[in-house]
Design a protein around this ligand. Structure first.
Ligand SMILES: Nc1ncnc2c1ncn2[C@@H]1O[C@H](COP(=O)(O)OP(=O)(O)O)[C@@H](O)[C@H]1O
Ligand SMILES: N[C@@H](CC(=O)OP(=O)(O)O)C(=O)O
Length: 420
């Protein structure tokens, strides 16, 4: 059994879905295909949700109609006779419209988020599954809301390994088809309430499916040649890294390399399952493999730039040295508001934290301000250089606009102004 994952960029157009179908048809092994929402549908659904939560149902429905049009246009280019697939997508769309019209309490943002935003993946997988069938690849559409059993931490749910393993194995064994198609990013609580696994969580879905099914490998198909030494959208001079250890991959992903979701690697490492990152546009190219074996680091410095950062500086109001005694309190405030911390640096009377700019930041600062003096700089970015050499280090650490530098033997991390 192999797992293939296709992200939003890979299925953003009819050509993308055709390409997916060719790749799937060329693979002889039993295959679970995990698919994300098409293109930027998740962002668009977040916009719908935003209107809905502000009691603007009509605007929410209008926005959703744009999402429907986008999918319809892909369907019409893919199918000579779209009646069967349109019946299924229309059923999903009418469920969303019904939710958007409902007069029930709109208070629990995270729960509503999961209810509504999960439809992006439901729509994409229905289209992919129907198209594969139309192209002569019989397949089974799986509703991952019944197969990834999660806790009820909406928007950031955790998969229950034992229950999901049983459910997924049963579904896979019951299906005679070689190919199965399921959604990335979504699951449900034991009571059947939809959950999502965190933005960009489809890579994680694929990894967990690989883990739960003891897959031979997991392949994520991307719009790049594989794992590169930096994001080609941000840096001009990038190189392919053909092999990477699990550890290096975790560090890269955690530092913010968008190419893999940080939660993806651990499950695969635990069962020694190789992860291939391959170019969707050219399946003849080998891409990169992440596995246990490569003992040597990539050989080139890998740069990861994480934008939308805030540098926070926290001091006790009474100027005592006892910050360390208060660390647990400080971090629990961040935990409470799900505020991710990307870098920590402390001195006698000061704690500096680099965190994602989020909608909860002001609340975190308010909560801390009763006991600490808190100052912060927005519009920062965090540059991580894994496997730095002196030239690369000097180029970035000695540049203008740098606020903080942190160095270990293999990794340099630089917090700098985004408008440096
Ligand atoms: N080190 C890196 N190597 C390759 N791509 C990277 C790297 N860092 C960031 N990226 C970016 O990740 C993108 C692919 O991830 P993403 O857009 O999330 O794909 P998908 O929607 O298929 O999951 C690439 O287009 C590239 O711009
Ligand atoms: N659709 C979800 C999940 C995901 O992983 O998408 P992608 O594979 O396109 O990054 C999101 O955009 O967050």
């Amino acid at each position: 059994m192999k797992i293939y994952k296709f992200g939003g960029a890979s299925v953003r157009s009819a050509e993308g879905v055709e390409n997916l179908a060719r790749i799937v048809a060329a693979e002889p092994a039993r295959l679970l295909v995990i698919v994300s929402a098409m293109g930027k549908t998740t962002n668009a659904l977040e916009e719908v949700l935003d209107r809905f939560m502000r009691n603007r149902s009509d605007e929410a429905i209008e926005r959703f109609a744009e999402i429907e049009r986008y999918h319809r246009q892909i369907v019409r280019s893919l199918f000579a006779d779209p009646s069967s697939v349109e019946a299924r997508t229309e059923k999903l769309a009418s469920e969303v419209r019904e939710l958007l019209r409902s007069e029930t309490c709109r208070e629990d943002y995270d729960r509503w988020y999961d209810r509504i935003v999960s439809y992006g993946e439901l729509l994409s997988t229905v289209i992919v599954s129907e198209y594969l069938a139309a192209q002569g690849t019989p397949n089974r559409w799986l509703d991952m809301r019944g197969l990834f059993v999660t806790d009820s931490r909406y928007r950031e749910a955790t998969i229950n390994v034992d229950r999901s393993a049983r459910a997924l194995r049963r579904a896979v064994d019951a299906a005679p088809e070689r190919v199965l198609v399921g959604q990335g990013f979504i699951g449900a609580t034991p009571a059947g309430r939809p959950t999502t696994l965190g933005r960009e969580g489809s890579d994680y879905s694929a990894a967990m499916a690989g883990y739960l099914l003891d897959a031979g490998s997991v392949t994520i198909w991307k719009d790049v040649d594989g794992i590169l030494s930096a994001d080609p959208r941000l840096f001009a001079d990038t190189m392919l890294i053909p092999e990477l250890s699990y550890l290096d991959a975790i560090e890269l992903a955690y530092a913010g390399a968008q190419v893999i979701h940080p939660k993806t690697i651990k499950p695969l490492q635990n069962k020694n399952i190789p992860l291939y990152v391959r170019p969707f546009g050219d399946p003849t190219k080998p891409g990169s493999v992440i596995c246990a074996s490569p003992p040597v680091p990539p050989g080139v410095p890998v740069r990861i730039l994480k934008g939308r950062q805030v540098l926070i500086s926290i001091r006790p109001k009474d100027f005592s040295f006892v910050l360390e005694e208060r660390l647990a309190d400080i971090f629990s405030v961040f935990g409470q508001y799900r505020q991710k911390i990307n870098l920590i640096q402390s001195s006698a009377v000061n704690l500096s934290l680099c965190v994602d700019d989020s909608r909860y930041l002001e609340r975190v600062v308010d909560a801390l301000q009763t006991e600490f003096r808190v100052v912060y700089n927005r519009d920062m970015e965090l540059l991580t250089i894994r496997g730095y050499d002196q030239i690369t280090y000097d180029r970035y650490a000695e540049a203008e606009g740098v606020f903080l530098v942190q160095k270990t033997r293999r990794t340099a991390r630089i917090v700098r102004s985004a408008s440096h």
